[in-house]
Design a binder for this molecule. Structure first.
Ligand code: ZN
Length: 699
């Protein structure tokens, strides 16, 4: 029966005078093709049909017909777009049921366009949520078609970010593409509504997160396997310190105890009891999760707590590489021991290992630290991972140990090779600026790890955290390194974090997000994608993005550090990822805003009567205006702080803050920014009086 349909459809196509290698989707104001689903479609196929329908309606002005395969009418439509595991696809010789997870195919055969992929047993609910482990091959085939045959682009959340060129007709030639997502994991941490602040209305917050989710789905963020990682010893002090003090770092004061907070206490990683305890915990965990749908990798999470590693014990030290910085360092050479408790215990930073949060700027240049790195503990950590992997493999041949290259163990090891069963998560030392020094350093470090045996690595940068919700674009500098990582062992990417500054950082976020599914594509093509949404104003908008990029590029790590040290608020150095607002007064000048507005005004004039382009230009203006108001708020706050008894200055700060909050309320429905994320930082680190809403109903 199916074969007859196909034969009939082919005959109809020839009768209509179509060339065999061409397939008409739309012509003469009508669809020549329908969308055909299997008689019992899976969740991914249903979602793919919805997405095709949505974009076809925008492109052609009307919705296509979507039918089940058992109801195809070959007379009404001479051509067919077959989605997923149709019988027609099997009959046409496509690899139905043989595609790998997240693999997809776009192929024409006769009068049929076949869009299918490896969907596993993914449900609709899993498919729509990019954060969940799910195989979305058929959906990706649909997106491939929309992007490559219809020039659709998704620039930012919400409708103004959807670029869907209008078409009077669409005829496609022979197509034959097959591909799988190159990275197993394409992931941003964050991206949800956690602290109920920043948004004036629940509806707007809800709409923002819904549209952000949709955008990231379209950009193919997702994962085909779950890798459990992240600072993993936070509860150890609480759970084990009474019975097993030997698990914990020995400080220069001769005590095994937390340097600051118990959850940040680091381990004595050369202690065999630590390996055994960790593997025991892992076995309990695995017994539980291995039965789950989409069980994670059976890997032992050895990621250390979020602190520089601190154990000074003789055995740990004997595992370290021959790094001359140990001898020069007061922390490691013993000279800090005498007054350690009085001077250093409980402090956020010690002068020579002062990582991690913001450490790149608080670490002064000294004879024992080059201002970027302290004595390296990588050798001891690699050996720790290797030991745990060997122990775990006694219980499960698939086991591996996964651990960080991080903080003061980010340099490549000097003498200890990374074992075949150790997976390294590389966390670059910085997030801003991405200057020449950073560029050189990244290659040296990543390349060094590869040389020492780390052939499979997870890239886990913090670059997305840079510059709060302010105009910033360093993607042109980052992406060549991202490509370098990909050609040197990167198999997964987990970025910290999605801060959702879609307007102010439009170009940066687009380029970074787009790269996760195509690590070798580079920045220029991403810029071209972005400009495709600006019609006649594209050249002028290009200058706007250049301006943003230039302001980011004018900072070196040294000048940024100096600016940060001049803007310490609540014991937090300015310009760190949590405290970008402290430096707002200095990071931009008045001229930046007036120049940017002038360019955007010019772009609006060029856009003439193109309402969609004008809406996109106005979208860019909103993030800029928000930052300008934030900057005025910070300047007023500093003036008040310098003169606390001046009531006029107090009132000026209150007025500036109100102007910011009122403005946000007026634009928060336009998907400009995740205002909850940024207001929370403004509240906690620079002390702006945002209210946490008690009335919010959202979870
Ligand atoms: Zn130790």
């Amino acid at each position: 029966m199916i074969r007859m349909h196909i034969a009939f459809a082919l005959a109809a196509a020839f009768a209509a005078g179509a060339v065999a290698s061409e397939l008409t989707i739309f012509a003469d104001g009508a669809y020549k093709a329908d969308i055909v689903l299997p008689a019992a479609p899976n969740g991914v196929e249903k979602l793919a049909a919805e997405e095709l329908t949505y974009h076809f309606r925008k492109a052609f002005g009307k919705a296509p017909e979507v039918v089940g395969e058992d109801k195809v009418d070959a007379v009404r439509h001479p051509f067919h777009i077959y989605l997923g595991t149709t019988k027609a696809a099997t009959a046409a010789g496509l690899p139905v049921g043989k595609l790998a997870d997240e693999e997809h195919v776009v192929k024409t055969v006769g009068s049929g366009l076949y869009l299918l992929g490896g969907d596993g047993d993914t449900t609709y609910d899993e498919a729509v949520d990019w954060k969940r482990v799910a195989m979305r091959g058929t959906l990706y085939a649909a997106y491939d078609f929309l992007e490559n045959e219809m020039d659709v682009r998704w620039l930012w959340p919400g409708e103004t970010g959807e670029v869907v060129p209008k078409r009077a007709a669409l005829v496609v030639g022979a197509l034959d593409r097959r591909a799988q997502e190159p990275l197993l994991v394409r992931f941003y941490y964050g991206g949800g509504y956690k602290v109920k602040t920043g948004f004036a209305s629940d509806e707007n917050a809800q709409a923002f997160f819904r549209e952000q989710k949709r955008l990231l789905l379209r950009q193919r963020l997702g994962k085909r396997v779950d890798i459990r990682s992240g600072h993993s010893f936070a509860q150890w002090w609480k759970n084990y310190h009474e019975k097993h003090p030997e698990y914990f770092n020995l400080l220069p004061n001769g005590k095994r105890m937390p340097h600051r907070t118990p959850t940040l206490c680091t381990m004595c990683v050369s202690e065999p009891g630590v390996w055994k305890q960790r593997v025991e915990e892992w076995r309990r965990w695995w017994a539980n999760v291995s039965r789950q749908r989409h069980a994670p990798c059976p890997w032992v999470n050895c990621c250390e707590n979020d602190s520089p590693a601190l154990c000074t014990c003789e055995r740990c030290r004997s595992w370290d590489g021959p790094d001359p910085r140990f001898e020069k360092s007061p922390y490691w050479n013993g000279s800090m021991a005498k007054d350690f408790d009085e001077t250093w215990l409980g402090r956020k930073f010690t002068p020579d290992i002062g990582l991690s949060a913001g450490g790149r700027w608080v670490l002064p240049r000294t004879p024992w630290s080059d201002g970027e790195r302290a004595a390296s503990l990588s050798d001891r950590y690699v050996r720790f991972y290797n030991e745990v992997a060997a122990l775990a493999k006694q219980y499960n041949p698939e086991a591996k140990a996964i651990g960080y290259a991080y903080a003061n163990y980010i340099d490549p090891p000097l003498k200890t090779r990374v074992g075949a069963d150790t997976v390294i998560i590389f966390v670059p030392r910085s997030y801003f600026p991405y200057d020449d020094e950073e560029f050189a350093n990244f290659r040296k470090q990543w390349g060094g790890w590869v040389k020492m045996g780390a052939t499979r690595m997870v890239y886990r940068p913090n670059y997305m955290l840079a510059c709060g919700n302010h105009p910033n674009d360093t993607a042109r500098r980052i992406l060549p390194d991202f490509a370098f990582a990909y050609t040197n062992g990167m198999f997964a990417c987990q970025q910290d974090s999605l801060t959702g500054a879609w307007s102010a950082q439009a170009m940066h976020l687009y380029a970074m997000t787009r790269a996760m599914r195509d690590p070798l594509r580079g920045y220029e093509k991403a810029r071209a994608d972005m400009l495709s949404g600006f019609g006649k104003a594209a050249g002028t908008v290009n200058r706007y993005f250049d301006m943003v990029e230039a302001n980011s590029a004018r900072w070196t790590s040294e000048s940024y550090r100096q600016m940060g040290m001049k803007n310490i608020t609540r014991d937090d150095v300015g310009g760190t990822f949590r405290n970008p607002n402290a430096v707002l007064g200095d990071f931009f000048d008045d001229r930046f805003f007036s120049d940017c507005y002038a360019i955007l005004d010019e772009a609006v004039r060029e856009a003439a009567d193109d309402a969609a382009v004008k809406a996109r230009i106005e979208f860019l203006r909103k993030g800029l205006r928000d930052t300008e108001l934030g900057r005025q708020c910070r300047i007023a706050q500093k003036a008040r702080a310098a003169d606390p008894n001046d009531t006029a200055k107090k009132a000026a700060f209150a007025a500036a803050f109100k102007a910011l909050v009122d403005y946000r309320a007026s634009v928060e429905g336009d998907f400009v920014c995740d205002y909850s994320f940024h207001a929370n930082w403004e509240r906690l680190f620079v002390g702006w009086p945002h209210k946490v809403r008690k009335d919010s109903q959202l979870r």
